[in-house]
Design a protein around this ligand. Structure first.
Ligand code: ADP
Length: 559
C-alpha cells in the first residue's frame, strides 16, 4: 500500500517537473501567492488608469505588467493561469467590460501566453535571473522586454480589431499606446526588484552618510532639472529633459545598478505626479514616457557597467590575496625542502661519528682520545646544522646573508678535509691546488654548503669513472678583482638529459637525489654577486664547475 502511494507520488512529481511546475510548490502556497498577486494586480491597474484608450484597458503607464513578469520570472510560468485570471478580472471589474466576453477572454489569454513566453525566452533562452545585475543580464532584459511587449501589443490589438472592439484605422494608435505603457511599466519597476534581489550588497556596504550625501546630490540635481523642464520651458518642449541625464549618470557612477534603478523610478514617479496633476494631454504624456525610457536604458546600462567594474575589481583583489597565499605556501614548501636538503648532510655526519664513537667504545675503551675526537666531530656537525637553521631563519625573516671577509683557501681546505672520508669510501682521490688568494666577502657558511655540494657531486661522478681511477681536482686561484674556484672530475660528464636545466630546482639523475643542490648554489652565489657555470672537459667525459666570486661587495655586479 505504502509502495503504491510512493509510486503515485513520484509519478505526480515527474508530471509536475515535465509541466514546469516547481517541485516545492504546494497548492496552499500557490493559492496564497495567486491571491496576493491578483489583489495587487487589480489595485495597480485601478490606480494607474492613465490616459486609457477608448475604455479598452490600454493605458500609458502599466506597472502591473512588471508585477506579472516578475511573478513569472521568480515563481515560474506555472503562474500564467493566474495572470490570465487577473487580466480577465481587471477587464470585467475595472474597465467596465467595454469589450465583449469572448474578446476579453481572448485578449487575457494573449497577455498570459505572451508574458509566459517572454519569461521563458528570458530565463531559458538568455539565462536571465532576477538576482544578477551584470551587463549581459541587464542587456538581455532591456532588449527582450521592448521586443516582447511589442509582439504582445500587436496580437492584443489584432484581436481587438477582429472582435470589433477597435476600428482598424486606430490599430497603429493602439499598439504604441499599449506598448509604451507596458514597456515603461516593466523597465522602471522590474530593475528595482532586481536590485532588491541581487545588487543591494554594495549599497548596504556603503557608509550611511556617504549614501545620504549621494542621495541628496541626486535629489538636488533631479529637482533643479524638473524645475527647469517645467517652469522655464513649455512642458511639451522638453528642451531641458537632457538635464535629467546628469543626476542619473551621477547616481549610476556612485551607487551602481541598484541606485540607478531606485533613482530612475523616483524620477518617473515625480514626472508622473506632475504631468497627471497638470492635466497634460496623452501626446505629451507619451513623449515623456519615451524620454523616461531612454533615460532608464542609459542609466541602467551605466549602472550595470559600474557594478561589473566593481565586481571585477573585487575579483582581482581576491585573486591577489589568493596568489599571495599560494606564494606563501610555495615559499614555505620550498623553504622546507631546502632546509631538509641543507641539514641532511651534517646530520648524516653526526650519525656516522656517533656510530664510530660507539664502535670505538665497544672495541677499544682504553683509547678515550679517539672516542672523544669522534664525539667532538659529531658536536661540530650539530653546531653546523644549528647554524644553518639560524641562517635560514635570518634569510626568511630578513632576506639577508651574513657576508664577512673570508679566506677561501682555508675554507676550501676545510671542505676538502670534510669530503675526504666520503671520497675514500668511493675510491676517489681528491687533490687541492690552492694558490694564495685575497680575502673575499661572503657568507662563509653558505659558501661552505655550496662547495660541499659541488665537491660531493664531483666525487659521485668520479666514482662512476670506469676506465681510470676516480679523481677530483679543486683549484683556487685569484682573478681580476675576485677569486675563482674550479671543481673538476673525470666522471662520465653531465648527462645530456639534464644538461639544459642543470640549475633548475628538482633536476636530478640520482636515485634519491633531490635536484636542489645546484639550484640553491646558483641562487646563493648570485646573491653574493658571483657566478657558477659548468663545462664538459672532453668528449670522453669529465665535468668542470667554476665558481667566480667578487672580492668585495663593491666589485659585485648586479647586487
Ligand atoms: P642532486 O645531487 O640531488 O641530484 P644537484 O642539483 O646537486 O642535485 O645536481 C643535479 C644533477 O646535476 C645531478 O643529479 C647530476 O645529474 C648532475 N651533476 C651535478 N654535478 C655533476 C658532475 N660533476 N658530473 C656529472 N653530473 C653532475
Amino acid at each position: 500500500m505504502g509502495d503504491v502511494i510512493r509510486r503515485s507520488g513520484s509519478r505526480i512529481a515527474a508530471l509536475r517537473r515535465r509541466s514546469g511546475w516547481p517541485s516545492e510548490l504546494t497548492l496552499a502556497h500557490y493559492a496564497l501567492i495567486s491571491c496576493i498577486f491578483t489583489v495587487t494586480y487589480l489595485g495597480l491597474e485601478w490606480l494607474t488608469r492613465v490616459h486609457e484608450l477608448e475604455a479598452l484597458g490600454i493605458t500609458l503607464w502599466n506597472p502591473a505588467k512588471a508585477l506579472s513578469l516578475g511573478l513569472l520570472l521568480i515563481k515560474g510560468v506555472a503562474y500564467a493561469p493566474v495572470l490570465f485570471l487577473a487580466t480577465l478580472l481587471v477587464d470585467l471589474f475595472i474597465y467596465g467590460a467595454a469589450k465583449g466576453l469572448p474578446s476579453t477572454v481572448a485578449t487575457s489569454a494573449v497577455v498570459a501566453l505572451g508574458y509566459a513566453g517572454l519569461a521563458i525566452t528570458l530565463t531559458r533562452g538568455l539565462g536571465f535571473t532576477m538576482k544578477r545585475t551584470d551587463l549581459r543580464n541587464v542587456i538581455g532584459l532591456l532588449v527582450t522586454v521592448p521586443a516582447g511587449t511589442f509582439v504582445i501589443a500587436s496580437f492584443y490589438c489584432i484581436l481587438l480589431v477582429l472582435f470589433g472592439d477597435l476600428p482598424v484605422k486606430q490599430y497603429w494608435e493602439a499598439v504604441p499606446h499599449l506598448w509604451v505603457g507596458d514597456t515603461v511599466g516593466i523597465v522602471i519597476i522590474l530593475p528595482v526588484a532586481m536590485a532588491v534581489f541581487g545588487s543591494m550588497r554594495h549599497l548596504l556596504d556603503t557608509k550611511p552618510w556617504v549614501l545620504l550625501i549621494d542621495a541628496a546630490a541626486f535629489l538636488a540635481g533631479v529637482l533643479i532639472a524638473l524645475w527647469l523642464i517645467f517652469s522655464v520651458e513649455e512642458a511639451n518642449d522638453y528642451h531641458f529633459f537632457y538635464l535629467l541625464f546628469l543626476p542619473v549618470s551621477w547616481i549610476a557612477m556612485r551607487a551602481g545598478f541598484a541606485g540607478t534603478a531606485a533613482g530612475v523610478c523616483l524620477i518617473h514617479l515625480l514626472l508622473l505626479a506632475y504631468i497627471s496633476w497638470g492635466g497634460y494631454p496623452a501626446s505629451t504624456f507619451m513623449s515623456y514616457q519615451l524620454l523616461v525610457l531612454a533615460l532608464a536604458f542609459n542609466g541602467l546600462l551605466l549602472g550595470a557597467v559600474v557594478d561589473e567594474r566593481r565586481r571585477s575589481d573585487e575579483l582581482l583583489r581576491e585573486q591577489h590575496v589568493e596568489v599571495a597565499r599560494m606564494t606563501r605556501h610555495a615559499t614555505a614548501g620550498a623553504m622546507g625542502v631546502s632546509l631538509a636538503h641543507q641539514i641532511s648532510q651534517p646530520l648524516t655526519n653526526v650519525a656516522m661519528y656517533l656510530h664510530v664513537g660507539r664502535q670505538l667504545l665497544a672495541a677499544k675503551p682504553e683509547e678515550p682520545a679517539r672516542i672523544s675526537d669522534s664525539l667532538e666531530k659529531a658536536t661540530t656537525q650539530l653546531r653546523q646544522a644549528k647554524e644553518i637553521l639560524e641562517r635560514l631563519r635570518d634569510f626568511v625573516s630578513r632576506g639577508t646573508l651574513r657576508p664577512a671577509p673570508t679566506d677561501l683557501g682555508a675554507l676550501t681546505r676545510k671542505v676538502v678535509a670534510l669530503a675526504g672520508d666520503d671520497a675514500r669510501a668511493h675510491g676517489v682521490s681528491v687533490r687541492l691546488e690552492a694558490a694564495s688568494v685575497p680575502p673575499v666577502t661572503v657568507d662563509a657558511l653558505q659558501l661552505e654548503q655550496i662547495l660541499i655540494n659541488v665537491i660531493n657531486n664531483a666525487i659521485d661522478a668520479a666514482a662512476e669513472a670506469n676506465r681510470a681511477p676516480g679523481s677530483v681536482t679543486i683549484r683556487v686561484a685569484s682573478m681580476d678583482k675576485g677569486v675563482r674556484i674550479e671543481v673538476e672530475d673525470n666522471g662520465p660528464g653531465v648527462s645530456e638529459a639534464v644538461a639544459q636545466h642543470l640549475f633548475d630546482p628538482f633536476v636530478t639523475t640520482k636515485q634519491g637525489g633531490m635536484g636542489l643542490g645546484l639550484s640553491l648554489s646558483r641562487e646563493l652565489i648570485t646573491a653574493h654577486g658571483g657566478t657558477i657555470n659548468w663545462e664538459h672537459i672532453s668528449s670522453d667525459g669529465g665535468a668542470r664547475f667554476t665558481i667566480e666570486l667578487p672580492s668585495g661587495p663593491e666589485d659585485a655586479h648586479g647586487t
